[in-house]
Ligand binder design. Structure first.
Ligand code: TNX
Length: 760
């Protein structure tokens, strides 16, 4: 049917000022606004409507809206159908707070400061169709809402290590864009670390001429490091930012309400500086400079001079209130043996090497103070006698955060086991190789960073939260995106929302809308929250092992029991208990809107008698290497190729002793123990494994044992192995005791790591 031109014009005109009759779903914004009232109906933001701002500083925010919906003009004034307005009378919302109202007539975003307007506009962004991320959408309809919003924490940070792997300025801008979308306000730029110097320093060009480049490391571990001078014509890896590029990034971030925090590591993590300036290394017993240390000599005045020159340039360029000086993981053995450092210790009456560290750090605290800046360092700077005005960035586990908050320094929590986005986020064999532990999207979301039992003054010390991305294993932009998203959305929720407001069910249901936006932006985000988790349990009533399957994000899970890849025609697993019977494997795949999403998960060896059985673990795991407790040993889940993941249990200088209860006596033909080793990390295969059986838990009989020879693996090589202990004779036992002997040596500690016991 063809409509007369006149009627079409009338419809357009009517549409431009009238709401659509249709109802809009609740906006589902992440982070959830503080208070939101959702009304029925919708408002069309007509492309012909100009955007009005009452202050020129709002131009950037207005231009964002202009780009999304194609408004023709941005004009100054104090009334209009799309109005951005600074109003100091809303001061109580804080600089980052805002009020947004979309009614049948107009859209208003009002805030006490430019930052608040920017955040109001980011909220509007999530009320608009996700297609705006890709191309302008004319005349979109937004829901009718009234929003009052303001963040919980002033510091909402994301860090990026550009030293282990280098990321170009275009990617840094993208990274900043992602922060802005999530209302993160601090970009912590880890510019300098052991093996790479990334910022141009005009007074010391060697730092980037030499320190920004290393010989390509094909086939070597991540920390293989050989500096590449310009005249070296072997293939090189690296890069750095010129001061002009740094300024461009700072400006780019500032437009998006983001402060850039630079980090210049001292006195440790400085291997590359020692390669550029070998005379700044400590002296060995023969009075010669150590050839490869990572610490500045604290007794050499030139160390201070170099760092002052560097920091003077950094302070000049970065407008941030804070400068981060690192301070983590300083190996003090060099200071101990260095005659210059020992002389300094005597002269300054320093009690020990920790005090040398605080002497060094306090020197730069004063220096920065004189430049009008405040110092931040990793929590190790608390060793010794630290100046009380220094600010701490805390990176230990959530268990110890209270103790550190109570030390009385202003503190930012970058809690390692929750906010290290270089950790695994899904079932490890299905994930790219990562570093450290395992933190899923849900773990990040559900973490409450403020421990119980702090008083008002202590609470006031917590400036906020931050997640870090260390890039030892992250060598591409796509992988960096994969590691931070969607976990950053969960961090953003914690940074913005009050504790009581957080609600995992609400978040998991809203997130797919934000993921659509990531798709439009072409982000390589992780689908790990769609990997089915398979819980296998022995069910007495059914006399069968059973499986229950779930995913963190909403999905339909289909499964097969015959090893084939599930399709939508296969059975649905959600909410049902799957009887495994004689099945040898289970394969599961999540589907959203009929399409497979995330990798498929296959669990084999269901004939294993130990699956789902309870384990009495007699030996103590070390630190965070506890997986999900003793049950991880029989959950049929194996860890990936790095030991710091969710499935591996680690024991330091301790034999593994575990007793599996098979619920009833069973005929045992073999027991398998899966282990991992990496000598350079102090992890070795066990030296011996002994398996015994019992039916009363008192009298145990030997089933079998093996002695394990040194593997001869290279020091840095990671290998996994399943050790198989065959039964000597036909045996029938209920309780199976496994003892794995830990390697011992006088000179160093050794770990055993194991992830699974299998009994056949
Ligand atoms: C510890 S956290 C480090 C980094 C590593 C990271 C790996 C901190 C201040 N130091 O140098 O990259 O662990 O997860």
């Amino acid at each position: 049917m063809r409509y007369p031109i006149f009627l079409i014009c009338c419809l357009i005109l009517f549409g431009s000022c009238q709401p659509q009759a249709q109802n809009m779903p609740a906006p589902g914004i992440i982070p959830e606004p503080m208070k939101i009232i959702h009304a029925e109906g919708g408002l069309i933001l007509h492309s012909q409507t100009p955007i009005t701002i009452n202050d020129p500083s709002l131009h950037f925010s207005a231009a964002q809206i202009q780009k999304w919906i194609g408004s023709p003009t941005i004009q100054e004034g104090s009334s209009g159908k799309i109005l951005l307005k600074i109003d100091p009378s809303l001061d109580s919302l804080g600089r980052e707070g805002y009020y947004l109202k979309s009614d049948r007539e107009k859209l208003l975003i009002v805030a006490p400061a430019v930052e608040g307007i920017f955040y109001g506009v980011q909220t509007l962004r999530q009320m608009l169709p996700s297609e705006i991320e890709n191309s302008k959408v004319a005349d979109p309809t937004i829901p009718l809402t009234e929003i009052w919003d303001s963040p919980r924490f002033n510091w909402r940070g994301m860090h990026l290590d550009v030293s282990r792997h280098f990321f170009k300025t275009d990617f840094i801008k993208k990274y900043i864009d992602y922060l802005a979308l999530h209302k993160i306000n601090t970009f912590h730029w880890h510019l300098v670390d052991g093996i790479g110097w990334r910022m141009e320093i005009k007074s010391h060009p060697e730092l980037t001429d030499w320190g920004a480049w290393r010989i390509q490391k094909e086939g070597n571990p991540w920390d293989y490091f050989e500096i590449a001078k310009p005249e070296d014509d072997r293939p090189k890896y690296g890069g750095f930012y010129t001061q002009e590029e740094v300024k461009e990034i700072i400006q780019y971030a500032a437009e998006r309400a983001i402060t850039v925090l630079p980090e210049i590591e001292l006195p440790g993590h400085s291997k590359v500086v020692m390669k550029c300036f070998p005379e700044l290394a400590c002296l060995d017993k023969n009075g010669k400079h150590y050839p490869s240390t990572h610490v500045y000599c604290a007794g050499n005045p030139d160390s201070y001079q170099l760092l002052e020159d560097i920091l003077a340039e950094v302070c000049e360029i970065f407008p941030s209130e804070y400068i981060h000086i690192g301070g983590d993981e300083v190996d003090k053995k060099y200071w101990k043996s260095c005659s210059k450092c020992q002389r300094l210790k005597q002269k300054e009456k320093l009690k020990n090497e920790h005090e040398i560290q605080s002497y060094f750090v306090n020197h730069f605290e004063k220096f920065l103070h004189n430049k009008g800046k405040k110092l931040i360092g990793w929590h190790e700077i608390l060793e010794g006698q630290l100046s009380p005005t220094a600010t701490i960035m805390y990176w230990k586990s959530d268990k110890e955060s209270k103790e550190y908050i109570q030390k009385g320094h202003p503190i930012i929590l970058t809690t390692e086991n929750k906010y290290y986005f270089n950790f695994y986020q899904g079932d490890t064999p299905l994930e790219p190789v990562a570093w450290g532990g395992h933190t899923t999207l849900k773990d990040v979301y559900q973490y409450e960073p403020i421990p119980e039992g702090l008083n008002e003054t202590e609470l006031a010390n917590v400036l906020g939260v931050q997640a870090n991305l260390w890039t030892e294993y992250i060598d591409t932009e796509a992988l960096a995106e994969y590691m931070i998203l969607p976990r950053m959305s969960a961090l953003a929720a914690t940074g913005w929302n009050q504790k009581e407001q957080k609600d995992w069910e609400q978040f998991r249901n809203k997130l797919p809308k934000l993921l659509e936006r990531y798709d439009q932006l072409g982000i390589h985000y992780a689908k790990s929250a769609y990997i089915p988790e398979i819980k296998i349990e022995w069910n007495d009533e059914l006399a069968s092992a059973t499986a229950s399957l779930s995913t963190e994000l909403p999905a339909t899970i289909h499964f097969t029991l015959d090893g084939t890849t599930p399709t939508i025609d296969n059975a649905i697993a959600n909410d049902s208990l799957i009887q495994l019977g004689q099945a040898k494997e289970i394969t599961a795949q999540a589907f959203v809107d009929g399409k497979a999403v995330g990798p498929e998960l296959k669990k084999a060896s269901l004939t294993n008698l130990a699956m789902g059985k309870s384990v009495d673990l007699k030996s103590k795991t070390y630190g965070r290497y506890k997986a999900k407790g003793a049950q991880s040993l029989t959950d049929l889940k194996v860890g990936g190729e790095t030991w710091g993941s969710a499935e591996w249990l680690g024991f330091l200088n301790t034999d593994l002793l575990a007793i599996v209860d098979l619920d009833k006596a069973q005929n045992i033909s073999a027991v398998h123990l899966r282990c991992i080793e990496q000598h350079s990390s102090g992890i070795s295969f066990p030296t011996q494994i002994v398996v015994e059986g019992s039916n009363d838990q008192v009298n145990f009989q030997t089933i079998g044992s093996i002695d394990i020879k040194e593997s001869g693996n290279d020091s840095g090589q990671i290998s996994t192995e399943i050790f198989k202990i065959a039964s000597q004779k036909n045996t029938n036992y209920r309780y199976i005791k496994i003892r794995a002997k830990c390697k011992r040596s006088k000179t160093q500690g050794w770990f055993i790591f194991t992830d699974e016991i299998m009994i056949y």
